[in-house]
Design a protein around this ligand. Structure first.
Ligand code: KIV
Length: 287
């Protein structure tokens, strides 16, 4: 069992800020874990930042299982959380359970679903059978068609009510935390005060129990990032520069350098061996 458990995440509320970052493969998960991040999250943002999709609606269970498996192999300390993709839990509670089980069997410690009140029954069932669940409200990208795009949530009374209703339903059903995505900071603060489970914000201001960001956004892999992102690195420039140098070195013969290859010191010895090998090969077909 990993060191960071859903119980520990719950206990961090009001004591210590929770850190969460997405990771979709072995090397990024390894680095996130070594950096001491609390939750390494295989998000369905995978579809957009890794596969180049326009939205998250085409991410399949198969993709989530593959990537969860790679991430789970790398992480020793952090909690490994896997997203339930669009269409994997909405049709029936039974199907939701079956798909959550697949993610746990791929190595996740917990699953995340978008929404709250609509899935109270599923969350309760999963928790009862031993699968920890994190909810997600505010901007829920799997519903972006209905929401009318990726936009700030919580401006109207109705939206505030829906966000609160989701968070409370998740708390009631036994979820161990809830993501609040792109809500007005005052709404995130209200929810954080109103529920006993930790709130993890993304684009929702500072008055929450933790923060989550997408790997490619925070590391500057892409030029364009959502307005709430702080870029902690400019990996795009670093990677491009490295690739251009590599290309230049190969073209000009600078790579490989003398330290990157091995040769026979005794060239006569090599010629003898090569000649024998050539004779043995002759013109015979290899079959
Ligand atoms: O899939 C994802 O990356 C997410 C985060 C934005 C929380 O759901």
């Amino acid at each position: 069992m990993r060191e960071v458990t859903p119980k520990k995440i719950r206990e961090m509320k009001g004591r210590e800020k929770i850190t969460m970052v997405t990771a979709y493969d072995y090397p990024s998960a390894l680095l996130a874990d070594k950096a001491g991040i609390d939750v390494v999250f295989v998000g369905d943002s995978l579809g957009m930042v890794v596969y180049g999709d326009e939205n998250t609606l085409n991410v399949s269970m198969e993709q989530m299982v593959f990537h969860t498996r790679a991430v789970a192999k790398a992480v020793k300390r952090a909690l490994v959380l896997a997203d339930m993709p669009f269409g994997s839990y909405e049709v029936s509670v039974e199907e939701g359970i079956k798909n959550a089980v697949r993610l746990i069997q791929a190595g996740a410690d917990a699953v995340k679903i978008e929404g709250g009140a609509d899935h109270e029954k599923l969350v309760r069932k999963l928790v009862r059978m031993g699968i920890p669940v994190m909810g997600h409200t505010g901007l829920t990208p799997q519903r972006y068609l209905r929401l009318g795009g990726y936009r700030l949530m919580g401006e109207t009374e109705e939206e505030i009510e829906e966000i609160l209703r989701d968070a409370k339903a998740l708390e009631r059903a036994g979820a161990f935390a809830v993501v609040l995505e792109f809500t007005l900071a005052d709404v995130a603060k209200l929810v954080t005060e109103e529920v006993s489970i930790p709130t993890i914000g993304i684009g929702s201001g500072p008055w929450v129990d933790g923060q989550v960001l997408v790997w490619h956004d925070l590391l500057g892999v892409y030029e364009n990032v959502p307005p709430f992102v702080k870029k902690y690195a400019d990996l795009a420039s670093i990677i491009r520069l490295a690739l251009e140098s590599y290309r230049e070195d190969v073209k000009t013969g600078k790579f490989p350098g003398r330290e990157h290859y091995w040769e026979f010191l005794d060239k006569d010895d090599f010629r003898r061996k090569a000649q024998k090998a050539l004779q043995r090969i002759g013109d015979k077909p290899t079959e």
